[in-house]
Design a protein. Structure first.
Ligand SMILES: *[C@@H]1O[C@H](CO)[C@@H](O)[C@H](O)[C@H]1NC(C)=O
Ligand SMILES: *[C@@H]1O[C@H](CO)[C@@H](O)[C@H](O)[C@H]1NC(C)=O
Ligand SMILES: *[C@@H]1O[C@H](CO)[C@@H](O)[C@H](O)[C@H]1NC(C)=O
Ligand SMILES: [Zn+2]
Length: 488
């Protein structure tokens, strides 16, 4: 095991660096074009750039008075790993967690080195690798890892539950505008959401449709996805596990039965595809509304068994519940509505990142992305809750959701969470309005978070809360996408 690290470091020190990681909290005004064109996003207060060798001369970097430069081996994926905010976490906590990974990993390893390759195997999976993810830089708020592409699809299995990755986008991002909101979202789109919030009125028809959403059906759907149901043999929805294809096909059939067409979305080699299911309007509107969850999940350290009842079976089943309500009430929209079931979320928002880049490249306009991730766990004794992101959101999008919650699900206590990093971040990074709904105000409290024991049959798992949140997200889609009921 130690050998794997040693050989990695020798690779790093002898190979010509193909790129350099630059992280800095300095603002990006006045950067050279070369540096500006290598921007990869901001991660917990730091801007990250992936510079090519010819861009790292002091002439290019002169404008920066702080930051860190780290040479990187080629072809590796870079991932930022930060606290998921299961609990307050310091840099020292994260470093300590990282240091224990090597020793835990060695207990899972069998090393067959015929061809000099290490074979990493656990109870449930086996991948070949010549080296493990390596820590390349530790900032105050996160770790930056260099991840061999062969093991990128199982990156999550190397991380303890309270750490989670956000992979760098493969292509550079535009620098966010230094004016206006910090995600660089066009003002007219923000205004549009503000206008909807200001003009909200309780609509008894929306309430009546929302009231048909069934907690019982949601629970049954989640139980199919976790493999708890008799008629399901899904063992895992890890993006690398073959059973995720069973989940995918099942969702496709459910959506098809509701009259919603889905297409598989291929993104990166090694990852199961996700699903995009869209309802198109009769008008030719191109103002998309995207409601999403991630179908994939993550289990206990080293294991691919990932039932994911809460993370994110709850969000996935909540999408099905909304599609059912729409279908059963003959609802159509003025604007296209897409239900997105993402994969690769647990390895760092991989599909959503790819999808958001595709939308950007094609010039698609997105009015709102609303991500539902972890809706079902409630600490016994606490009230039903709906949490919006404390920082990773467009605030005006969160205000809209919070106001709608008061109208259609007054039973929910609305607040904020520091829970970090779900797929809506991929949209924000590209300047699309987005926010997330989550199960709890404050820290993540689910004891089965990123654990192979994340099933429905346990204390605290509450389909009623999922249902209440589904009423809110359904009404939000209705408001933003302009709903109407056919035949009325
Ligand atoms: C604001 O919303 C109202 C009512 O929904 C609509 O009639 C009006 O055109 C909107 N104004 C703008 C500037 O979008
Ligand atoms: C939906 O449309 C179908 C066929 O037009 C009709 O039979 C049904 O009653 C409608 N349902 C509702 C809730 O409007
Ligand atoms: C409703 O929206 C307004 C902004 O329009 C915001 O100030 C307020 O906090 C929101 N309500 C809730 C409950 O968040
Ligand atoms: Zn999740």
């Amino acid at each position: 095991m130690l050998l794997a690290f040693v050989s990695l470091f020798s690779i790093l020190s002898t190979a010509r660096a193909d790129s350099l990681l630059l992280t800095t909290s300095a603002p990006h005004g006045g950067l050279s074009d070369c540096v500006a064109a290598s921007y990869r996003g901001h991660y917990a207060g730091q801007h990250a750039y992936l510079l090519t060798d010819d861009c790292s001369s002091t002439a290019s970097l002169g404008v920066l008075d702080s930051g860190s430069l780290v040479p990187l081996a080629s072809k590796d994926r870079i991932a930022w790993v930060g606290a998921s905010n299961a609990l307050p976490s310091t840099r020292e906590d994260m470093l300590a967690a990282w240091e224990t990974i090597d020793s835990i990993a060695s207990s899972l390893l069998s090393t067959e080195t015929e061809d000099g390759q290490t074979s990493f195997s656990t109870k449930s999976f086996q991948v070949s690798l010549d080296r493990l993810p390596a820590l390349i830089h530790a900032s105050a708020s996160g770790l930056y890892l260099s991840v061999p592409s062969t093991i990128f699809p199982v990156l999550d299995t190397f991380l303890p539950a309270h750490l989670r990755p956000v992979a760098f986008p493969r292509q550079p991002l535009a620098l966010p505008s230094t004016r206006g909101n910090r995600w660089g979202i066009p003002e007219e789109q923000v205004e549009r959401l503000i206008n909807i919030t200001e003009n909200l009125r309780f609509n008894p028809k929306v309430a009546a449709i929302a009231s048909t959403i069934s907690a019982k059906e949601i629970l049954e759907d989640v139980r199919y996805l976790t493999g708890e149901r008799e008629d399901s043999d899904i063992e895992s929805r890890h993006s690398f596990h073959p059973d995720i294809m069973k989940a995918l096909r099942w969702v496709l059939r459910q959506m098809g039965a509701l009259g919603v067409d889905c297409s598989p979305y291929l993104h990166e080699e090694g990852f199961a595809p996700g699903l995009l299911c869209s309802i198109y309007p009769e008008s030719n509107s191109e103002e998309h509304v995207i409601i999403s969850a991630h179908l994939d999940s993550r289990g206990t350290f080293g294991s691919l068994r990932a039932p994911g009842a809460d993370d994110d079976g709850s969000g996935s089943a909540h999408l099905l519940a909304i599609a059912r309500a729409i279908s059963q009430h003959n609802i159509t929209f003025q604007h296209p509505v897409t239900f997105a079931f993402f994969t690769g979320e647990e390895q760092g928002l991989v599909m959503s990142n790819h999808f958001a880049h595709t939308l950007k490249k094609e010039g698609v306009s997105v009015q709102l992305n609303l991500q539902a991730d972890m809706l079902g766990y409630r600490v016994p004794g606490e009230p039903l809750q709906l949490a919006l992101p404390a920082t990773i959101d467009l605030p005006e999008a969160s205000y809209l959701v919070a106001n709608i919650s008061q109208l259609y699900a007054p039973e929910l206590v609305v607040g904020r969470t520091a829970a970090c990093c779900s797929d809506h971040q991929s949209f924000l990074q590209l300047g699309f309005p987005a926010t997330q709904v989550f199960e709890r105000n404050g820290w993540i409290a689910d004891p089965m978070y990123h654990n192979s024991g994340d099933v429905t049959n346990r204390e605290g798992y509450d389909a009623e809360q999922i249902k209440s949140i589904a009423k809110v997200t359904m009404a939000t889609v209705f408001e933003v996408a302009g709903w109407q009921q056919d035949g009325n």
